[in-house]
Design a protein around this ligand. Sequence first.
Ligand code: NAP
Length: 463
Amino acid sequence: MKRIVLTGFRGTGKTEIGRVLSSRLNAAFIDTDELIETRTGRSIPDIFHYEGEERFRSIEREVMASLPPKDVIISTGGGVVCDPKNMEHLRRGSSVVLLVADIDTIEKRLLKKPRPPLTGLPLHEEIAEMMDRRRQNYYAASDFCIDTTETSPEVAAEKIIALTHNGVSSQVQRNTALAFFKTGRLPPVALINLTEILTGPDRDPTTRIMGVAGYPCAHSRSPGLFNALFDYYQLNYHYTWFEDPELDEIMDVARAIDVKGLSVTIPFKRDVIKYLDEIDEHAAREIGAVNTVVFACGTAIGYNTDWLGVRKPLVSMKGAKAVLLGAGGVAAGAAYALTDLDMDVTILNRTPENAKKLAERFGCKWGSWDEIDRIKPELVVNATPLGMQPDTRSPLREDQLNENMTVFDLVYTPPVTPLIEAARAKGCRTISGIEMFIEQAREQFYLFFGIDVPAEKMRELTV
Ligand code: NAP
């Protein structure tokens, strides 16, 4: 039997439900908090009190790495989900079920079996604070979600058995989804795979679908990368192309088959916001564009990871004088990243009016293309499509480049663009758009699954 892992805040019923599941499925049951106490010979309050939370988390990590890979029901401690290494171990070959309950119910349950506080706050506030702090991690950890507020452990266990055996969508919903995918431009092999996963006689009903939403998006490399990551981490997911001119259609299908998440690309990064319950306060709201949607427990939350993909390769250039070419969707994330690194940024664009609008949002300077000669930047970031296959133009002339410049071309098809080629010839330091692609996808994977993929692994799996 595939192992079932129960996660959730204290008081959501993990141990009670785990025991019922264990007897209903005739499988072993492990409560990881009990296992920690058995292995150390100390109670968890004692470990916290005498050795501190750091030590407890380190023991917890060792225990997560040592759990049996199958035929077991595992109930985890409430904070386990916050450590990406734990998620890597727990998610491998498992169905992870997130248990949730409302704060009043959790408080009542916790009052019956007091545990040491995690903060100095009164219990009700502590629960609200900790649940809010960990929410993104809980959502990333969940394949399925069950609300235990008004449910007995027996009923919750039945629901979990149904979900982990039959999946989440009906035959009608899957047929409708397949009809939708047939209208996109999926490669023939991808469509054959998807047909098998959605409607095939030997299908695994618990395989979850996710993908990239855009129009066009058939060129996207995300399906290749994400499917390779699913194989590597043994996640029962399949990533595909949601290509349609109507975002309404895409969102209907995504909800009908209960997708775990979507990567969002042109032209929907702004439009998708109205379909979401929440957007990430730091980036998505300020940038005004969402490239990542995480669905969990009936909510859809939007994030922007593009800006992190621009920021990461440039951290060593804090405070540099930068020129950003372009003023579209990706340029907005880039402007956010560059100003976050305290750079002196000038935005240059084909339509200067658009450069002005973007510059005013982020406190940058702006101008028209040829002003680059006057500015003499240390860094140039290309956020236009110039140089993207089949276009062979470079956004800058050779005489506008010099060896003291760093050139970051966000275009990544081809990996070596005409701009990168020219910059290399001039002796500039160059950064390929692949670096942005890898970093933004790495952040997305963390938001979707709670796993922190090493950059080298991302590079190896980016085909
Ligand atoms: P967008 O919203 O359509 O914006 C395009 C920008 O480029 C606009 O400022 C536009 O100027 C300018 N532009 C378009 N055609 C031009 C031309 N022929 N000459 C000069 N300027 C031109 O596109 P986007 O979503 O920001 O994407 C931009 C590029 O980023 C994509 O083409 C893609 O290659 C790259 N990208 C890379 C990654 C990655 O992971 N590396 C991810 C996403 C996108 P106007 O204001 O005058 O229209």
